[in-house]
Every structure is written in structure tokens, then in C-alpha cells.
Design a protein around this ligand. Structure first.
Ligand code: ZN
Length: 248
């Protein structure tokens, strides 16, 4: 059975993570190179825009998505970033930033139509999250880097768990590390929380230590995952196509 996963819900990276596409390929062969794709507004402009500003899913969009998934008897994992990082670096909890969306997801979780996963507290490095004039800022839109100390990892795991568990009124058991980066310190931080699984396309960056009380699930197999960005860009027709592809 293939699991379905939607990432980046509530994450401010959809607003600040901006980078462009320099090389254009056709069937693997480069045919056009634009060195300024990361400069100023080019990175937000078609066709150079690779990852740049898009809006949070609306309530109507969510209703339609949930209805389509339910119709196909798919219970998706919805990976939520617990706070939105404001321009000045302050954190606004997901339920306060997007109350309508949060209410719809709470209702869906209560009905057993979705699973809630933790997709970090911030998804980014606070203070480095704003777009750069010249460069891609992609590297700053990951959260659990090994270079940060234990207290950082512990604080981010505990605060995010608290926000999500209090609002959704249920234990949150899955961590989806933003940008597929996590550390042994993230693992230590998970201990003593309700988190039981890490879903990621790679193991810890800084350790091969075996996990004892937490399960690592490689998302390469048996999982179809995407971001709210694809839903925003390509819409329900795209989603329907994917479902047919994966479930026949
Ligand atoms: Zn993400």
C-alpha cells in the first residue's frame, strides 16, 4: 500500500524560500543557461522560478482535496510546520496564522481522514530566512542541521510538538524533517515525546547509530509525497492524475 504525504502545510518557506532555475534541459540535454536566475525578481518569475512565493492552501482548496482523497479511500499524512516565521523572526503558531485551515484539518483528523505529522517548528533557520537579492537561500530553509547544539534541537522538537498536540488534541507520532535533514541531536530530542517515527529520504547526517525506540522509514518506497506547492501550481487535475498513477 502506498502512503500519501503532503508537506509544507503552514510553513513560511513557501514565502521566503526563493531560488531560480539557471539551466533548462530537454530530455536531459541543456539547451539554455541563464546565469541571473537567482538575481532579484528573476527567481520569482516564470520560467526561471523554481521555488518562490506561493500562498497557503485555502479552505475551499482543502475541502476539494480532502473530498478527492476520501473518494479514493486515501488517508494522507499531512506534515505541518508548527509556526510561521514572520519577517522579523517572530513565530506565529499555525492555528493562529491560519485558523480556518487549521479548523478544517482538525475536523479531518478527528474524523480519521488524515494523519497529522510534525514538519518542524520553523522549517528554516530563523534570521536567515529572508530571500537574498543575489543568491538562492534554499540552504536556510532546512531546520535540523547537525551544526546546531542539542538545546536547539530539543527546543524545536518540544515547542512544535506542544503546539500541534494541543491544537489537534492528539499525540503526534511522525516527524518529517524539513528538507530531509536531521541529526542525532534531533533523535535525542525526540526521546520522551510522542514521536515514534521519522519519515525521511536519508538517515541522520552525522551518525549511523541504530535507533532503538524510534522507527526510521525511508520514504523512497511505498510513499508518494509532494508539497502544497504542486497543489497550488497544478491543482486538482494533477492530484487526480497522481492518484490514478499510483493506485491504478
Ligand atoms: Zn518541507
Amino acid at each position: 500500500m502506498i502512503a500519501f504525504r503532503i508537506d509544507d502545510i503552514g510553513a513560511s518557506s513557501k514565502w521566503y524560500n526563493q531560488h531560480g532555475k539557471k539551466t533548462f534541459r530537454f530530455r536531459g540535454i541543456p539547451y539554455f543557461y541563464f546565469p541571473f536566475a537567482n538575481v532579484w525578481f528573476f527567481k520569482r518569475m516564470w520560467p526561471f522560478r523554481k521555488w518562490a512565493r506561493y500562498n497557503e492552501l485555502t479552505s475551499d482548496e482543502w475541502q476539494a482535496i480532502l473530498q478527492m482523497l476520501k473518494h479514493h479511500r486515501i488517508v494522507p499524512i499531512v506534515a505541518i510546520t508548527a509556526t510561521w516565521v514572520e519577517q522579523d523572526g517572530t513565530l506565529t503558531p499555525f492555528p493562529d496564522k491560519f485558523p480556518e485551515e487549521a479548523a478544517i484539518l482538525k475536523d479531518a483528523a478527528d474524523k480519521g481522514d488524515i494523519f497529522i505529522a510534525n514538519h518542524g517548528l520553523t522549517h528554516c533557520v530563523i534570521g536567515k530566512h529572508l530571500p537574498s537579492f543575489w543568491h538562492s537561500n534554499r540552504e536556510f530553509h532546512r531546520e535540523f542541521y547537525p551544526k546546531f547544539d542539542q538545546s536547539y534541537h530539543t527546543e524545536h522538537i518540544q515547542k512544535s510538538q506542544k503546539i500541534l498536540e494541543e491544537f489537534f488534541a492528539r499525540p503526534v507520532e511522525i516527524l518529517v524533517p524539513p528538507g530531509n535533514i536531521w541529526s542525532i541531536k534531533t533523535y535525542y530530542a525526540m526521546q520522551g515525546t510522542n514521536l515514534k517515527k521519522v519519515i525521511c529520504n536519508q538517515y541522520m547526517q552525522d551518525s549511523n547509530e541504530k535507533l532503538t525506540d524510534i522507527q526510521f522509514i525511508h520514504d523512497g518506497e511505498n510513499m508518494f509525497y509532494f508539497h502544497d506547492m504542486e497543489l497550488k501550481r497544478y491543482g486538482l487535475t494533477w492530484l487526480n492524475k497522481q492518484i490514478v498513477n499510483f493506485y491504478g
